[in-house]
Write a protein that binds this ligand. Structure first.
Ligand code: AHR
Length: 494
């Protein structure tokens, strides 16, 4: 192996809570993200409950998905909620202009979304239409969803749901700098103030308003939103996708890539650390008390669509490389948990860096799914700061820290440690001092595979899955871990 890694976990100086909302998932009307992937309809032969597939919902329940962001994305800024309520057969059929130009049946509308939220056991993050909708349309949607009384509440009851729903998170549009209306920052900030004014929570309830935030490193956007609109907002978003090879549209394949693409990708994943630090620093200027949160509500890898898949559907395989992206990001969010109190991976099913892939009645869990499952103890845990001194892993022009990690004290009272090794060939020996933890024993699980692009297919759905890990011991009060090449390990101290 190469140079070893040393680290210190400061359990005696605990940090902020690692909000469970960091594990939010984004589900857009895009490709088979909703239709086929989640919704098959009540008449389908695929086993379903009120139209949503039992296999996928079961897998999502197993992840304890805290929040679902819906209906977009770009889709949100041309979505008209009235087209998605009332009898299924009477809803207008539209064209999904952003994603493939396919027809949108509006079969999944507000009532169906909340049925999904209920089945998964999650909460709702609804994105409103600022792009081509009016403040009135947005306000009435919020009223339709949340009002206990009045004619919109009566209409909701007639459509099958008497009780108001809870909408803890509401997005004031999406990517207003792009598909949400191509606005300049100043204008978007004014529009955001205006629309946010009319989003009103019924007495005794709360709706946190999240503004459409910056694209990657557009610090001027964050500066302007904070300066102009902060007082009307609770959160500000940030979107950052990993695009190996760069360029648009994304061209790098999701599988069959070489080590250079692996290193490029993981190097880009690490960039999230700097992006959050710099956007947070701007927020600190205007909001030193950290009343507002940064919501990284779109993150993940964006590759070329898989060969033979429908254009505009953003369907991509998910490999061990994606598992590393997920682990690196979840660790980064731990370091910024004071400001980053929500994030949403893009996306939930069949789109971009998905948790789950489906094909007809078949379903497969991706390596990313497994990392989210392994990191479940992080949900609402307390961050334990960890200093890591690790060698650099380099390939060609790309270099990044070999080892990433984070530690938490879980709601179960136990210390959980995540470690991943980006080096695809060299194991790394990690020695961790445990300040303030009296550990006797350690157990763990590992996610790894023989090749850097190992993935789960419908023929081999278990090719990449967590296995018991015996490469860690507690010795002289320290944790000593032999971290295999290209692996994600999660440990639990006893
Ligand atoms: O996640 C796919 C798209 O990426 C979203 O619709 C949009 O917000 C972003 O550009």
């Amino acid at each position: 192996g190469g140079k070893p890694t040393t680290a210190v976990i400061h359990a005696d100086a605990p940090g902020p809570v690692y909000n469970k909302e960091i594990f939010t998932q984004f589900a857009e009307h895009l490709g088979n993200g909703i239709y086929g992937g989640l919704w098959v309809g009540t008449d389908s032969k695929i086993p379903n409950t009120n139209g949503f597939r039992n296999d996928v919902v079961g897998a999502l329940r197993n992840l304890s998905v805290p929040v679902i962001r819906w209906p977009g994305g770009c889709f949100a800024d041309e979505y008209h909620w009235r087209e998605g309520i009332g009898p299924q057969g009477e809803r207008p059929v539209k064209i999904n202009t952003h994603w493939g130009g396919v027809t949108e049946s509006n079969s999944v509308g507000t009532h169906e979304f909340f049925e999904l939220v209920r089945q998964v056991g999650a909460q709702a993050y609804v994105a409103g239409n600022v792009g081509n909708g009016s403040p009135r349309e947005m306000a009435e949607w919020v009223e339709y969803m949340t009002a206990p009384a009045g004619s919109l509440a009566d209409e909701r009851a007639r459509n099958g749901h008497k009780e108001p729903w809870s909408v803890p998170y509401f997005g004031v549009g999406n990517e207003l700098w792009g598909c949400g209306g191509n606005m300049r920052a100043e204008y978007a900030a004014d529009v955001t103030r205006r629309y946010a004014t009319f989003i009103k929570a019924p007495a005794g309830t709360k709706i946190l308003k999240i503004a459409a935030g910056a694209n990657v490193d557009d610090y001027n956007w964050t500066e302007t939103m904070m300066r102009v609109a902060a007082s009307t907002l609770d959160g500000l978003s940030l979107h950052y996708y990993v695009l190996p090879g760069g360029g648009w549209p994304p061209r790098a394949p999701a599988t069959g890539f070489d080590e250079s693409a692996w290193a490029d990708t993981l190097h880009q994943a690490w960039r999230m650390d700097e992006l959050i630090a710099r956007h947070s620093a701007i927020m600190d200027k205007y909001d030193p008390e950290k009343r507002m949160f940064l919501a990284v509500d779109e993150w993940g890898a964006w590759y070329a669509q898989d060969p033979g898949t429908r254009p505009g559907f953003l369907r991509q395989q998910n490999t061990l490389r994606d598992a590393l992206i997920a682990a690196i990001n979840l660790d980064i969010f731990a370091r910024h948990a004071d400001r980053v109190r929500m994030t949403a991976i893009a996306q939930m099913v069949n789109v971009l860096q998905a948790m789950i892939l489906t094909d007809g009645d078949k379903m497969v869990l991706t390596p990313t799914y497994h990392v989210f499952e392994m990191y479940k103890p992080w949900q609402d845990a307390t961050v334990l700061p960890i200093d890591i001194d690790t060698p650099t892993y380099a390939k060609g022009q790309y270099s990044l820290p070999a080892v990433s990690g984070s530690a938490v004290k879980g709601r179960d009272g136990k210390v959980h440690i995540g470690l991943s090794n980006a080096d695809p060939t060299e194991p790394n020996s990690v020695t961790i001092a445990l300040d303030g933890v009296a550990a006797r024993q350690v157990s763990g699980r590992i996610l790894t595979a023989a090749t850097i692009d190992a993935h789960n297919s419908f023929d081999a759905p278990q090719a990449v899955r967590p296995a018991p890990f015996s490469g860690a011991i507690v010795k002289d009060g320290k944790l000593v871990v032999t971290l295999p090449a290209k692996s994600v390990v999660v440990l639990e101290l006893q």
